[in-house]
Design a protein around this ligand. Structure first.
Ligand SMILES: [Cu+2]
Length: 136
């Protein structure tokens, strides 16, 4: 089941990375209203070095509850995409370090804008955030 989930998620990441994720519009009634009890969390991304440079870069993802409490024990998936180029990104799982921090290291060999899609899953929590960083 976990393998299936990862496969599905990876497929989704590829779609997003290729910039072809054109959603098919459906009737408004097909969209369920957001649940008021759905848990949420804040996802932040920092890098070492900061600002990021070419070479090996450590990605540091911090996940906190709205109360500020760190979220530990979550599955944190990171997919990247280099601006305007398909096939340069990667999909990885970040490793928990405690205190709501998750890290992974990756080699970045090209400057410019990189898009990071981060997904945090710890049932029933399932949140994601996409942001861009400029590598010099
Ligand atoms: Cu590139």
């Amino acid at each position: 089941m976990r393998t299936l989930y990862l496969t599905l998620l990876f497929g989704l990441g590829v779609l997003v990375a290729c910039g072809q994720a054109a959603p098919t519009p459906g009737p408004p009634t097909a969209i369920p209203p957001p649940s008021p009890t759905r848990p949420t969390a804040t996802i932040t991304l920092t890098t070492l070095p900061d600002p990021p440079a070419l070479g090996e870069v450590e990605l540091i993802i911090t996940v906190t509850e709205p109360s500020g409490q760190p979220v530990n024990g979550a599955d944190v998936f990171v997919s990247t995409d280099h601006s305007g180029m398909s096939g340069m990104g990667f999909f990885k799982t970040a490793e928990g370090q405690g205190n709501g921090k998750y890290t992974l290291k990756e080699y970045f060999g090209m400057s410019g804008d990189w898009r990071f899609s981060i997904r945090v899953k710890k049932s029933p929590l399932d949140v994601d955030r996409t942001l861009r960083l400029r590598f010099n």
